[in-house]
Write a protein that binds this ligand. Structure first.
Ligand SMILES: Nc1ncnc2c1ncn2[C@@H]1O[C@H](COP(=O)(O)OP(=O)(O)OP(=O)(O)O)[C@@H](O)[C@H]1O
Length: 263
């Protein structure tokens, strides 16, 4: 079981004198429980649209999207989204932010604080529980956003460029943390990134998308995150010939798409 997207298409209707946009055309994607799917591709190829379809924010204009065999008919607690701009409530402290989704779902204070504390610990935020989030660094705020998404115990964690705003070193540390959390919680993850190296390091499956119409053009299975989780250092994983070869291949695909877009 898991997520099953069959022949999904999305057309945004014409507006303001612009033609309709085929943001997704005939997209097929299966995601098993435990999969870590990464979407990569030039701007406008439909990555966020695909995430919005999985989240249930958008209904496909054709095709179907099933979760554990049932059609997705809207947003639900079985899917949580982490955005690049983490949409936290800056005046609340860490624990109240992490527990916020559970509060909306009507859980009592004891239940939501217990769940929140578990993920605060997992994300390494225990000593900041009482801190208002506006006082935290960008990397720590992003960890609060991930803890909040996990506290709702979703089956699928959807992440739209969650690390795009972080500096290089913090970003690498955050990649490793997300992989450990994924490994510990056994969620499936769908992550969008513009970084080829991040995509190859983190995912078990990579989809490369192309625009006009938005579609999946390449698929790769990848072993690298599992090697990291089995104890190999991130530096060693990324320095291996196999990693470098795939990185070059994917870079070539992405650059070719971008050159086509500007020519
Ligand atoms: N609400 C909308 N109405 C009309 N067109 C839209 C809408 N949202 C997105 N689009 C168009 O659909 C296409 C796919 O957009 P989408 O945001 O899914 O791409 P993306 O791959 O996530 O891009 P980026 O990497 O720049 O975030 C683009 O051509 C975009 O301009």
């Amino acid at each position: 079981m898991g997520l099953d997207i069959r022949n999904a298409s999305i057309v945004y209707p014409a507006s303001d004198g612009n033609a309709p946009v085929e943001a997704l055309k005939d997209v097929d994607l299966t995601m098993e429980n435990d999969d870590f799917v990464v979407a990569l591709g030039s701007s406008g190829c439909g990555k966020s649209t695909l995430l919005n379809v999985i989240a249930g924010f958008l209904a496909p204009t054709a095709g179907e999207v099933l979760l554990d065999g049932d059609p997705i008919s809207g947003p639900g607690a079985d899917r949580s989204v982490v955005f690049q701009k983490h949409a936290l409530l800056p005046w609340l402290n860490v624990i109240d932010n992490v527990a916020f989704g559970l509060k909306l779902q009507g859980y009592d204070e004891k239940t939501r604080n217990e769940a929140a504390l578990e993920f605060i610990k997992l994300l390494g935020l225990t000593e900041f529980i009482e801190s208002p989030v506006y006082k935290l660094s960008g990397g720590m705020q992003q960890r609060v956003g991930i803890a909040r998404a996990l506290a709702c115990d979703p089956k699928i964690l959807l992440m739209d460029e969650p690390l795009g705003a972080l500096d290089a070193l913090t970003r690498e540390k955050a990649q490793e943390l997300i992989l450990r959390v994924w490994n510990d919680t056994h969620k499936s993850v769908f992550l969008i990134t513009h970084s080829v190296e991040e995509a190859i390091f983190m995912g078990t499956k990579l989809i490369v998308m192309s625009p006009r119409p938005g579609r999946i053009t390449y698929r790769f299975d990848m072993p690298f995150s599992r090697r990291f989780l089995a104890g190999q250092s991130a530096r060693d994983v990324k320095a291996s010939q196999e990693f470098i070869d795939l990185r070059e291949k994917v870079l070539e695909i992405v650059f070719a798409d971008q050159e086509e877009a500007v020519s």
